[in-house]
Design a protein around this ligand. Structure first.
Ligand code: GUN
Length: 297
């Protein structure tokens, strides 16, 4: 079998187009332009790339970017002060603080300081609790993107055996909640799980989000399964000094067995940004008492 490739780039472009259209209508009919503040602390090269891509996408969607770049040695109080100003700014509808943060800053304290209504990452404890309780919430962008991609293969996820590898707060744990809300049967596995391979081989839907380059091998996959690869790992290339990006799944082995699979790059990555734009639009509408945009339902 050769798996169908789930083209995240094209699917994300469609979602971004819908968000852009909704933003134009909002500006035309209500004079409202959603604004997103992306906060970067320090000079982590990977974070710099992510933040640049996010800000560019915000502008392309017709929204206002409020980029904030703080020095590596900024104090926790300094960052909390910025968050307080962004919380109070009516033109800022969404706030994203790029993680990881430098060691002098308590990330959880910073996340908890963001107004939950502007928490487009869905990391605030209130939004985490809402998602776990099945109440409408701003939900983390990468897991939301995974659900969109899975639904391009399965009209319904109800009753599917879903296995999520990785238990991070950013991907694994919220993805479990989203899959439960879709009525999937969900198992989460991690580095201490016994016989990982056997559990993975049960999955109709396998999501790899543990940040280990090409750890999931072809033999871990049930024939015909859908495989979503969240990993973005930089590894040495074939030529000296060159590097390349690989996922958490050994792609060619997996593609020979799976029914459908996301590539890396070009799978989940573009969906994360598209979902960030969607969350910013949703947050702006909710803050102004407007109905939620009917996108991605
Ligand atoms: N670092 C890696 N992924 C993310 C994300 O989705 N949001 C934020 N804020 N930081 C990240």
């Amino acid at each position: 079998m050769t798996a169908r490739i789930i083209d995240g780039k094209t699917i994300a472009a469609g979602l971004r187009g819908n968000v852009t259209d909704a933003v134009h209508r909002l500006r035309r009919d209500r004079g409202l332009v959603p604004g997103l503040a992306v906060v970067l602390v320090g000079q982590n090269p990977a974070s710099e790339v992510y933040v640049r891509n996010k800000s560019k996408a915000v502008t392309e969607a017709g929204m206002y970017p409020f980029d904030q770049h703080l020095p590596e040695d900024v104090s926790e109080a300094g960052l909390l002060d910025l968050i307080a100003r962004l919380n109070a700014d009516e033109n800022v509808n969404g706030i994203l603080v790029q993680l990881p943060l430098p060691p002098q800053i308590d990330s959880q304290k910073v996340i908890s300081a963001i107004d939950p209504a502007k928490d487009v990452d869905g990391f605030h404890p209130l939004n985490v609790g809402r998602l776990a309780s099945g109440v409408a919430a701003l939900v983390p962008c990468t897991p939301l993107g995974c659900i969109f991609l899975a639904k391009t293969v399965h009209a319904s996820l109800a009753g599917l055996e879903a296995v999520v590898i990785g238990r991070s707060n950013i991907v694994g744990k919220p993805l479990v909640q989203l899959l439960l809300a879709e009525n999937a049967t969900v198992t989460i596995v991690h580095s201490k799980t016994r016989d990982l391979e056997t559990v993975c081989r049960r999955a109709d839907l396998l999501v790899a989000a543990m940040g280990r380059p090409e750890m999931v091998r072809g033999g871990w996959i049930k024939p015909g399964a859908t495989v979503i690869d969240v990993g973005i790992n930089r590894v040495a290339g074939q030529h000296a000094g060159k590097s390349r990006i690989v996922g958490d799944v050994a792609f060619s082995e997996a593609a020979a067995i799976a029914g459908a699979i996301t590539p890396v790059p070009g799978g989940v990555g573009p969906m994360t940004i598209a979902c960030l734009l969607l969350n910013t639009l949703r947050a702006a509408c909710a803050q102004k008492g407007l109905p939620a945009p009917q996108i991605g339902k």
